[in-house]
Design a binder for this molecule. Structure first.
Ligand SMILES: Cc1cc2nc3c(=O)[nH]c(=O)nc-3n(C[C@H](O)[C@H](O)[C@H](O)COP(=O)(O)O)c2cc1C
Length: 388
């Protein structure tokens, strides 16, 4: 099967692959630019852009102060412009903006000004996204977890004369925050394969909105499987951590390269959703052991955390820990990964990964499949217990 091009609104790219946004700072200009240059959609993460160039923002002990500096407007626009320059006119560059962030509306407007051709938005319902974008010719792509959410968003957006230009269904094998409860993440009916036909039908009913699927997609065989189920494309993130261009520090990449299947689990997050990451690292281990020092909220990054209230309940600050992971601080970092993280065995150029995915190279990496382990996680239970 030859992979078809991907068409979303007025964007048309060679391959049906979107590189998923990865915050904090795992997908900025280098990764997004390289993915776009290779003929796909390269997504800049809009969260915590103050860390891109801390010299340009106000900090306290190296932490960007308040949302205006943590989610820096100037840095976000500069990252997008840099990614667009690196794409050399190929593919397309867009932004991933979490609904849960403080200053959501401003980040949407900044992304439009920075030249994003599309906005992907999840971790909450992006109900007002069309209003914030206004007349700008930007494709709007909500992330959903069920057909019900498709209906909810479409009904609301229709009142403003718009429908989503595509929909991303993200299943529970994805990295970072999940759109499901911990229990749902483990149940067969919420897995991507089971949910795809249902969400496809909802997209069809609203006028054949292109469906993109995400979470646990690794190789060409996976891509073909979901295209045959009606998807127009896939969103992939974890596999792109194993690239030279990925914007994370080498330590972050080494943590993923060194991980075992069993090390990648769901943990509790101050954002209010379970999150998938590496649980054998020092920060998570300290939290599990009940070590929970008082956390002072400096960046006020997401609304659900309520100025650090949830951080103190859960035992770590999401902004500080994700930024530390990106910066290579092993002791204090939180390392997000999709359930396939253990399959990343080496670093390679983005171009090579894409050539393997689209079948231009026959030598796709092979992995010894590790023994299937039950997802049931003692870690999440322990974190939940300590969270009181
Ligand atoms: C390190 C990491 C950080 C992520 N951060 C975000 C984020 O900030 N916003 C978001 O919508 N999704 C985020 N995701 C989810 C990805 O965009 C993507 O949809 C998902 O990981 C796809 O599954 P895969 O990693 O198995 O390919 C993140 C994933 C990873 C691995």
């Amino acid at each position: 099967m030859e992979l078809p091009p991907l068409k979303i609104r007025n964007i048309s790219v060679k391959y049906p692959i979107i590189q998923g946004g990865m915050g904090v700072g795992i997908s900025w200009d280098n990764l997004a630019g390289a993915v776009a240059k290779a003929g796909c959609l390269g997504t800049v993460s809009s969260v915590g852009t103050g860390y891109w160039r801390t010299e340009a923002v106000r900090t306290i002990n190296g932490r960007p102060l308040k949302p205006a500096n943590f989610h820096s407007s100037a840095n976000l626009k500069a990252i997008l412009r840099s990614a667009i320059a690196k794409s050399e006119g190929q593919g397309a560059v867009g932004a991933n903006i979490l609904c849960a962030v403080t200053d959501y509306e401003r980040q949407v407007r900044d992304s439009v000004e920075g030249g994003a051709r599309y906005i992907i938005s999840g971790a909450g319902l992006p109900l007002r996204l069309p209003e914030y974008v206004g007349d700008a010719d930007v494709a709007l792509i909500p992330i959903v977890s069920s057909p019900r959410v498709v209906d909810l968003i479409c009904k609301r957006w229709k009142r403003h004369g718009r429908l989503p230009d595509a929909i991303i269904l993200e299943g529970p094998k994805s990295g970072g925050h999940q759109g499901y409860t911990y229990e749902q993440c483990l149940e067969p009916e919420y897995q991507l394969e089971a949910m795809t036909p249902r969400v496809y039908e909802a997209c069809k009913a609203w006028g054949n909105i292109p469906l993109i699927v995400a979470g646990g997609i690794w190789d060409r065989k996976d891509i073909e499987k979901f295209l045959e189920m009606g998807a127009s494309g896939v969103q992939m993130a974890t596999r792109f951590i194993g690239t030279h261009e990925c914007d994370a520090a080498d330590t972050f990449k080494r943590v993923i390269l060194g991980s075992k299947k069993n090390d990648i689990r769901l943990i509790k997050s101050p954002v209010g959703y379970p999150a998938r990451g590496i649980v054998t690292t020092p920060l998570v281990q300290r939290v599990l052991a009940g070590h929970r020092p008082k956390i002072a909220c400096i960046s006020n990054c997401v609304d659900p955390c309520n100025h650090g209230e949830e951080s103190n309940r859960v035992g770590y600050c999401i902004a500080d820990s994700l930024a530390d992971a990106r910066g290579g601080k092993y002791e204090t970092g939180l390392f997000f990964s999709g359930s396939n993280g253990y399959r990343v065995k080496k670093l390679q150029p983005v171009q090579e990964v894409i050539e393997k995915l689209v079948g231009l190279r026959a030598d796709d990496d092979t992995w010894e499949e590790e023994r299937e382990v039950p997802e049931e996680s003692p870690f999440v239970r322990a974190v939940a217990a300590t969270a009181g």
